[in-house]
Design a protein around this ligand. Structure first.
Ligand code: DGL
Length: 223
């Protein structure tokens, strides 16, 4: 079984690595569209053009499944992708609001790209999962994904500086931080420094489990 996984750069590799770790029989082809990073600051048409081009490549290569390892592309494009490529199974990456809201956290902050923060899908996720007495705040982080993409491990001080600017007016006493952009999973220790008591949550394991379940269905169908 060969699946296609993509993102606007290296963020989605955190998803691909978890898929590989949890599903030994599955092979992954990873496309990193760093040339067009950041996706989170593109308009819908431009974004769909970029994303559908990658998906068309996966379809032409006859891959078994596509994992959109990008919250922005999922929240803004997955519906249209499913319509345009009806025979391809898609798994998306969404901010793990359900996981955070299902925990005992009272005060939750979702960090994501502007594209994800302003998506209808995130609004629905919050509305459907928020419990009584729970606060869920949203913070758009323009410039963070690309700062990570082009500086991680070369000049981490640039990333810390960017985080400092973005979080300067934000409370520090959140119980849970939802990492609503796959790039942010690459800098967990830096984010943790700003929110020392918070649990940092991403949805990577849930996606890897879902990939395993769909792969099983495909195998059974083809057996
Ligand atoms: N890593 C992507 C996400 O999860 C996109 C980041 C970007 O290119 O803006 O949203």
């Amino acid at each position: 079984m060969i699946i296609g996984v993509f993102d606007s750069g290296r963020g989605g590799k955190t998803v691909a690595d978890t898929i590989i770790e949890m599903n030994p029989g599955i092979h992954v082809i990873y496309v990193s569209d760093a040339k067009h990073c950041p996706y989170g600051e593109k308009d819908d048409e431009t974004l769909y053009g970029l994303v559908s081009r990658i998906v068309r490549g996966f379809v032409n290569a006859n891959l078994d499944m596509v994992v959109i390892a990008c919250n922005t592309a999922t929240t803004r494009c997955i519906k249209r992708l499913r319509e345009d490529f009806p025979d391809m199974p898609f798994i998306g990456t969404e901010p793990a609001v359900k996981l955070a809201a299902g925990s005992d956290a009272k005060k939750i902050l979702v960090l994501a790209t502007p594209g994800t923060i302003h998506s209808e899908r995130l609004e629905t996720l919050v509305k459907d999962n928020q419990k009584k007495g729970q606060t869920i705040d949203l913070l758009a982080c323009p410039g963070l994904a690309d700062t990570i993409e082009f500086n991680l491990d070369e000049d981490n001080s640039k990333i810390e500086q960017k985080l400092g600017e973005l979080l300067k007016d934000t409370d520090k006493d959140y119980d849970a931080i939802v990492l609503g952009c796959t790039h942010y999973s690459l800098i967990k220790p830096m984010i943790q420094k700003f929110f020392p008591t918070a649990k940092l949550i991403d949805g990577n394991e849930g996606i890897a489990r879902r990939v395993g379940a769909i792969a099983e269905e495909i195998r059974k169908r083809e057996a």
